[in-house]
Design a protein around this ligand. Structure first.
Ligand SMILES: [Zn+2]
Length: 175
């Protein structure tokens, strides 16, 4: 019988073996992400390269890839934010412990085990900005709340760009 690969893994054993584990999760399963998602679609890929950090210290290098559909806080339209983040962690039973290296985050394990889905959700939440902006110049800002149309300009048309040197250019052509 084949089922889904286990989410809870023995990180001590995997670190001792130098194992690399990959998982794919639907974004819809992450409850803490639900508030920021425009639609519960898409998936997340996490790659965890476990490593031994010392005789009794265990860690991993994480890489997370996803493209959550978020709501732009400027134009209120949905857009896909490509996320490609990584970090280094050390697994420990004692959350208050200091990491072996300064650039490692402490990651709580329970009885030598960690949840790969929780690791993935945490990484993604850290990568999603508090106020995401789609940054698409072709459409962002067009429906912005509180935007005041220029007086005399027909609504719905983009404002005319000012060309301060247009007159000068004409002048140069004539000479
Ligand atoms: Zn936008």
């Amino acid at each position: 019988m084949t089922g889904a690969p286990p989410d809870l893994v023995d990180c001590v054993r995997l670190a001792a073996a130098g194992a690399v584990v990959e998982r794919v999760y639907p974004l819809a399963r992450f409850e803490r992400l639900a508030d920021v998602l425009a639609e519960p679609r898409g998936q997340l890929k996490i790659r965890v390269a476990f490593e031994r950090l010392g005789s009794d210290r265990f860690g991993a290098t994480l890489a997370v890839e996803a493209a959550p559909r978020l709501v732009c806080q400027r134009c209120l339209q949905a857009f896909d934010l490509p996320v490609n983040v990584g970090s280094r962690v050390e697994f420990t039973e004692d959350e208050g412990a200091d990491a072996a290296d300064a650039d490692r985050e402490i990651c709580k394990m329970t009885a030598g085990r960690v949840s790969l889905a929780e690791l993935a959700e945490e990484e993604l939440l850290l990568a999603v900005p508090v106020a995401p902006i789609c940054a698409d110049p072709a459409r962002c800002g067009r429906r912005s709340v509180g935007a005041v149309p220029a007086i005399g300009a027909p609504s719905g048309e983009p404002p005319q760009m000012r060309r301060p040197f247009a007159g000068l250019q004409d002048l140069l052509k004539k000479t």
